[in-house]
Design a protein around this ligand. Structure first.
Ligand code: ZN
Ligand code: ZN
Length: 404
């Protein structure tokens, strides 16, 4: 008998104690606690003890793909998440429209945070070819976008053009290894950067923006080069169908990289204002067609990076509704995070995360609360992110016996 499962990953969920309590211990979250009481709990080291995960490497681990082997650079996942289909050997970057002066000094890394103008500016960059390399730029939200180079002999081992600070000069991309491919790719990128400045400067919207006193979107800055290679999908590994529900492009991209379908949900924003009820409904609907549904919630991480304890607690209480909405679905429910982001640090940390698995046949332990301290006493003990998928797969009935 095959079972279904919902994997809920709360971004940046884990934390440290503030006056003796973690945000999870402060929050009112009856559904999460019920899950802990009726499920099996533990602590999860997303990559390995002491390793600080990024969201991309963290999710790869939880999906069962060792980031030391499979991680291809953030640009790849951003591009997939933006809806681009990548080909083997493509080099992808995260990019943004920015404002520079004549000396290529950055006046505004976000070009005044564009609204919907990105789509219009994007047209200036359509159909570019540099030597034998096809250049694809797609704008996404506000000032953001993704850049893809398609051609032979490319490498992602090159440095960024984005100086990551206003007032600094646009960086010249350099090869990060001694190879013809890296030299070629950094050269193409530097030529593209200058070309983007020329073409965007000529875009009619910039004339209007200047008149309105708004910063011009007159260059593309990029970072996080990654080179794409297809990996075996979850379906190929285990034989079940999976889907992703998330507001953020990065998470959709990592999910797509491992073969999940992406379900777009209206109201899933990737921020603290996300509509958790819409996500719960979409997850329930998705269970009709899919065996594993991955639901990602971003808000806790945003609150943590802002150092906003109140918002983090509120977001946990909001996600508790999502958990409640899925408890009666009949599917296994797995709740955890991709890494800790302590409010006190405002950055990711290596602290392990609480995890709970709820559903038929799990060996219920004594843990009654879902938080970092209580779950440390749970029946799962300490596991790694890479263990999560095999454990889920086993409960779902897709695992094969090893040996006779
Ligand atoms: Zn994250
Ligand atoms: Zn983060």
């Amino acid at each position: 008998m095959k079972e279904k499962a919902v994997l809920i990953v709360c971004d940046g969920l884990g934390d440290r104690q503030i006056n003796g309590k973690t945000p999870l211990q402060m929050a009112r979250k009856p559904n999460m606690d019920k899950l802990a009481e009726k499920g099996i709990c533990g602590l999860m080291h997303t990559i390995a003890p002491g390793i600080i995960p990024g969201s991309d490497t963290g999710h790869l681990s939880i999906f069962g793909y060792d980031p030391n082997v499979y991680y291809k650079g953030r640009g790849v996942y951003e591009a997939l998440g933006a809806g681009l289909e990548l080909k083997r050997g493509d080099v992808a970057f995260r990019g943004n429209f920015a404002t520079v002066d004549k000396e290529l000094k950055v006046a505004d890394r976000r070009a005044g945070r564009l609204k919907d103008e990105g789509k219009e500016f994007e047209k200036s960059l359509a159909g570019i070819k540099i030597d034998d390399v096809e250049v694809i730029f797609k704008s996404t939200t506000e000032h953001r976008g993704v850049l893809v180079f398609r051609g032979s002999g490319l490498s992602s081992k090159i440095s960024d053009t984005d100086p990551h600070a206003d007032g600094a000069k646009v960086l010249s991309s350099k090869p990060l290894e001694e190879s013809r491919e890296a030299r070629k790719t950094s050269d193409i990128l530097n030529r593209f950067t200058l070309l983007s400045h020329k073409l965007l400067s000529e875009n009619h919207l910039n004339e209007a923006r200047e008149k309105q006193g708004k910063p011009k979107a007159n260059i593309i800055l990029v970072r996080g080069a990654g080179s794409y290679k297809r990996v075996d999908s979850l379906y190929e590994r285990y034989g079940f169908k999976s889907a992703c529900i998330s507001g953020g492009a990065l998470y959709k991209g990592v999910a797509k990289a491992v073969g999940m379908d992406v379900i777009e949900v209206k109201g899933a924003t990737g921020r603290t204002d996300t509509d958790v009820d819409a996500k719960a409904r979409a997850a329930k609907d998705a269970l009709e067609k899919y065996d594993l549904v991955f639901v990602h919630v971003k808000g806790m991480d945003n609150a943590s990076h802002d150092g906003n304890l109140g918002d983090k607690v509120k977001m946990i209480e909001k996600v508790d509704r999502l958990v409640g909405g899925l408890m009666k679905s009949g599917a296994y429910l797995i709740l955890t995070g991709d890494h800790s982001t302590p409010v006190s640090l405002r950055e990711h940390s290596a602290d392990p995360l609480p995890i709970v698995i709820y559903g038929k046949g799990v060996r219920v332990d004594d843990v009654k609360k879902f938080d970092e301290i209580s779950c440390a006493k749970g029946g799962l003990g300490h596991i790694r992110g890479l263990d999560v998928m095999p454990i889920i797969v086993s409960f779902m009935g897709y695992a094969k016996k090893f040996g006779e």
